[in-house]
Design a protein around this ligand. Structure first.
Ligand SMILES: C[S@@+](CC[C@H](N)C(=O)[O-])C[C@H]1O[C@@H](n2cnc3c(N)ncnc32)[C@H](O)[C@@H]1O
Length: 310
């Protein structure tokens, strides 16, 4: 009897949560919907308290490696720096971080590599928070700006960096063009993004289309490129140097999805201290995180990294 009651109670909670999850979607409507989603995720501090100052996946050299999630995120930044060749640039080189979040990567690029970094985000609240978190560092600045309309002249930067911003951007060609336009000839481009399987080669079935729809509407994504598709966007840009190299880092990053959920159990007070509303908001993300995990494991989604020379 007791177990039946527990089962009914849990089923009710699950039903209530999942209907809220489905009803209150955070669908992409325009660049403003991305800005307001991130303003809200920044103001409630939930992401920051749970996952730290980096809003991206972590890097795990092996599967089921025991590594602190926040350390894995820092490792991710260093891995991408090395893979893209950004570490070949001398201290003082000018780097643009496109879609900088609250500045986690930008601070590493500046503090550890001595680069002169500007981070831009569409979210005003993120830029405010990035500035609060960046103390005593004149070589790391932040501005509100749209990635599709970068207010910098052609060839302004020695390196352009962008991590997990592309899925929020509807015009992928313009995104590629703008990043390459502001990169100087011979400069380094480093991008990491969530991509979907190339549906031209391998179309999505009915079930996958349903899942894909949730991955888009839950986290304000207009569309995911495929790795091949975004590589072509870079190659087709009038500002592209000559070659673009890509790699699929799904196996190095996939552990992050489970870790994102475990963090809530490892740091329960961090979430509970924010209040019941934040706790429920945190719970609301779990179905999407699980769907992401499934999609990356099944090959529906792929974690793509891209590098090129200006
Ligand atoms: C998943 S977060 C990644 C943040 C950061 N790169 C990191 O790794 O911590 C996506 C970021 O892209 C930014 N973004 C999305 N669309 C944008 C746009 N059109 N212009 C500028 N930033 C944008 C968001 O504001 C957010 O900062």
């Amino acid at each position: 009897m007791q177990w039946i009651l527990i089962f009914i109670f849990s089923a009710c909670i699950f039903l209530a949560l999942s209907t809220t999850w489905l009803r209150k979607s955070r669908k992409y409507e325009s660049v403003n919907s991305v800005a307001s989603s991130y303003d809200s995720w920044t103001n409630d501090r939930l992401l920051e308290k749970l996952w730290g100052e980096h809003i991206h996946l972590g890097f795990y050299e092996k599967t089921r490696l025991k590594k602190d999630f926040r350390k894995a995120k820092i490792d991710f930044v260093h891995q991408l720096v090395r893979w893209s060749g950004l570490n070949e640039l001398p201290k003082g080189s000018r780097i643009l971080d496109v879609g900088c979040g609250i500045g986690g990567s930008a601070r590493i690029l500046s503090n550890d590599y001595g680069f002169d970094v500007i981070g831009i985000s569409i979210s005003q609240e993120q830029i405010k928070r990035a500035n609060e978190l960046t103390i005593n560092n004149d070589l790391c600045r932040f501005e509100v700006m749209n990635a599709l309309d970068l207010k910098f002249p052609k060839g302004s930067f020695d390196g352009v960096w962008s991590v997990e911003a592309g899925p929020h951007i509807s015009d992928k060609q313009k995104f590629a063009d703008e990043m390459l336009r502001v990169l100087r000839p011979g400069g380094f481009l480093a991008i990491a993004d969530w991509n979907q399987r190339d549906s031209k080669k391998n179309p999505l079935n009915f079930f996958e289309k349903l899942i894909m729809n949730q991955l888009l509407v839950q986290w304000t994504h207009p569309e995911f490129s495929s790795i091949e598709g975004f590589k072509n966007n870079l190659l087709n840009s009038p500002y592209c140097g000559c070659s673009v190299e890509t790699s699929n880092w799904t196996k190095y990053t996939i552990q992050s999805w489970n870790e994102s959920i475990y963090e809530g159990f490892r740091r329960p007070l961090a979430v509970l201290k924010l209040g019941l509303r934040s706790f429920l908001k945190g719970l609301r993300e779990i179905p999407t995180i699980l769907l992401m995990k499934w999609s990356f494991s099944s090959g529906l989604m792929e974690f793509g990294v891209f590098k090129s020379r200006g």
